[in-house]
Design a protein. Structure first.
Length: 395
């Protein structure tokens, strides 16, 4: 549950100090773990780092002036990040940068170190250590079982408070309908029902202004007031684009979870797909600028976020299908050939002559769980018409 904070100028300075202290403690702990090499003593754990934090607060007055709760929680978060790294579920923690990673977390029993209350019909207030009561826009009731919250500042300078609440999943409609979702760049999400959904990005005028601001930023001197103004304007534009993408993902995922019993998507390795093509000095990459543009388009389409929100809202009803040859298989006869996809949007089967939108045809194959293996077999069933048809693989 996320709410828009409305701190006063004095409270905003106190919040920025909390963010700086949490970032400093986090980066210092990350540096300790990065210093480890085979043959050296193990990096300090949470208990040892906590004792070191206590000693540092005694020695440095500026650190002692901050909230011990905020700084201690940064160490707890890092310990959890390292545990996730060793468990193989997440990547390792990285450095946090001022202006980009502005936030901190508070964990504890409500009413002790922190509290929340409703002030009026449209506003509430949260009590933050060493900051006081900070107002926020009240749009939903905060449950009593909340035990933690996070305060963060985005690129546009807006403050938000997020309470850790797991919302209930969306109920199954019990219609027996299955939908396939094909994610792409030209069409963000194509459904097997024939619907083509697009992520609303920046408008034409906004995109031109973004380009002008990027050029101004490249010419501005570092640490100048002009550079700060340009960066703030850039942050507002990029945040606007991010807000539109997240809003689209939330509405689309909710609609799919309410309409269909089962949702099938391609099991794409997005992290591998968006890797840079620059290469090394010895072996430079090819088509680097084109690949970078493709990577930006993939991120802008919200591929990963859409599937994540679908799995959150419809747990157990989302299936990941092998994406092999889904865009080359005819949904009518099952013939597989790369020549059938004439362009990005046109699919024309070379055997039966079936014509359809290429992304919709792929979504229909995903809906029935149809992919071709390297030997030309059907992992999850044969052609739709159940008649024997020649099936060829392109590998």
């Amino acid at each position: 549950m996320r709410f828009r904070l409305a701190p006063t100028p004095t409270q905003e300075q106190a919040l920025l100090e909390h963010c700086a202290h949490a970032r400093f403690v986090w980066n210092l702990a990350v540096e300790q773990h990065a210093h480890w090499r085979p043959g050296r003593a193990s990096a300090p754990g949470y208990a040892k780092q906590s004792r070191q934090l206590t000693e540092a607060r005694r020695e440095f007055a500026w650190l002692a002036a901050g909230s011990h709760t905020v700084q201690q929680q940064a160490l707890r978060d890092l310990a959890q990040a390292m545990a996730n790294l060793f468990a193989g579920t997440h990547r390792g923690p990285t450095w946090r940068k001022a202006g980009r990673h502005e936030g901190f977390r508070i964990v504890g029993k409500r009413g002790n170190q922190w509290d929340v209350r409703r002030v009026s019909r449209k506003s509430g207030a949260v009590r933050i250590p060493k900051v006081g009561w900070v107002r926020f826009r009240w749009t939903r009731t905060v449950p009593d079982e909340v035990k933690s919250f996070r305060v963060n500042r985005d690129g546009a300078g807006r403050w938000h408070v997020s309470f850790a609440v797991i919302p209930p999943p969306i109920g199954r409609p019990d219609t027996g309908e299955i939908v396939g979702v094909d994610r792409g760049v030209a069409v963000s999400a194509a459904l097997s029902t024939g619907e083509l959904l697009m992520v609303p990005g920046l408008r034409e005028g906004e995109a031109k202004r973004l380009l002008r601001l990027q050029r101004r930023l490249a010419r501005a001197k570092r640490n100048s007031n002009r550079r700060k103004r340009v960066k703030a304007a850039l942050g507002r534009l990029r945040t606007r684009e991010t807000d539109r993408r997240k809003d689209w993902v939330e509405k689309t995922s909710t609609d799919l979870a309410r309409r269909f019993d089962r949702i099938r998507v391609e099991d794409l390795k997005i992290r591998n797909m968006v890797r840079s093509a620059r290469g090394t000095v010895q072996i430079p990459g090819k088509n680097v600028r084109a690949k970078a543009s493709l990577n930006r388009s993939i991120h802008a389409a919200g591929w990963g976020l859409l599937v994540t929100r679908l799995e959150n809202k419809a747990p157990g009803r989302v299936e990941r299908i092998d994406p092999a040859f889904t865009s080359q298989i005819c949904n009518t006869c099952g013939y597989c050939a790369s020549e059938s996809r004439e362009s990005q949007a046109v699919f024309c089967c070379r055997t039966c002559g079936h014509t359809d939108h290429a992304d919709v045809n792929a979504a229909k194959n995903i809906a029935v769980g149809r992919t071709v293996t390297a030997r030309g077999g059907w992992p999850l069933g044969g052609p739709v018409n159940r008649e024997p048809q020649p099936v060829f693989s392109s590998v």
